[in-house]
Design a protein around this ligand. Structure first.
Ligand SMILES: NC(=O)c1ccc[n+]([C@@H]2O[C@H](COP(=O)([O-])OP(=O)(O)OC[C@H]3O[C@@H](n4cnc5c(N)ncnc54)[C@H](OP(=O)(O)O)[C@@H]3O)[C@@H](O)[C@H]2O)c1
Length: 226
């Protein structure tokens, strides 16, 4: 139903997890999809790595999915959180989003779209993970700011996933953790990466041609906010 033949997509963090499923979904829809990840292009918190990646890929980039990120699994109250952890999360999850958008936005033609990946943590906070929640809350406000700045040519939207079955969640899912988490989700399951890739493709497609500045919940009903 979604036909993206002739289009090019760049997906950050496309080597694994949600990003890899998004690369697969773009390819299934006929688009060319390119992953930009740490293992292939270096740390995207370094603006030089972003500039090099953008220069080597070149225009046009019809769709930019800014998805890469980290989540420190060990819980730490903000009062006890090492400053190094705070800086590392902000660098990986927020500074890098600025540098990626800075480098790639000039390659996006009119009619293109950006999708950023936030989290339920950015909507409701996450005790024990305030660094992550703050970075994802910032991603949500960044989406809304950028959507107006880039209109009318380029649409900018965001997905806010809840728990997703990726390496990021190996620790909380261990030892019966997954079943406990699923008991609190109205749709009673943790999302597969493809469950997030589909809404990302929708937001890039013409089906969403009048949608910009939107934060799309992809959480099985666990956080119901508009
Ligand atoms: N999993 C969840 O439950 C969940 C829930 C809500 C939101 N999210 C968000 O969804 C996005 C994807 O998460 P995921 O679960 O798919 O994670 P994942 O499986 O851990 O994969 C993360 C990807 O991001 C890349 N990456 C991380 N830091 C990077 C950096 N500084 N520079 C360049 N690349 C970097 C990694 O590159 P390499 O492969 O090269 O290491 C990897 O490809 C993240 O923004 C995450 O916060 C995830």
């Amino acid at each position: 139903m979604i036909d993206l033949r002739g289009k090019r997509a760049v997906v950050t963090g496309g080597a694994r997890g949600i990003g890899a499923a998004t690369v697969d979904a773009f390819r299934a829809a006929g688009a060319e999809a390119i992953s930009v990840a740490k293992s292939t292009h270096g740390d995207l918190a370094d603006p030089d790595n972003c500039r090099r990646a953008a220069a080597s890929i070149g225009a046009p980039v019809h769709f930019l999915v800014v998805n890469h990120g980290i989540w420190v699994p060990e819980e730490a109250s903000l009062a006890a959180m090492p400053a190094e952890q705070w800086r590392r999360t902000m660098s990986a999850n927020l500074d890098s989003y600025f540098h990626v958008i800075h480098a790639f936005a000039p390659l996006i033609p009119a009619g293109g779209a950006i999708v950023l990946v936030a989290s339920t943590a950015g909507q409701r906070g996450e005790a024990g993970h305030a660094d992550y929640a703050a970075s994802k809350g910032a991603t949500i406000s960044l989406t809304k700011s950028l959507a107006v700045e880039m209109a009318p040519g380029v649409r900018v939207n965001c997905v806010a996933p809840g728990w997703v079955d990726t390496e990021m969640c190996a620790l909380p899912f261990a030892g019966g953790g997954r079943a406990r988490i699923e008991a609190g989700i109205p749709l009673a399951r943790v999302a597969a990466p493809a469950d997030v890739a589909g809404p990302i493709l929708f937001l890039c497609s013409d089906l969403a041609r009048h949608v910009t500045g939107e934060i799309l919940n992809v959480n099985g009903g666990s956080v119901l906010c508009g």
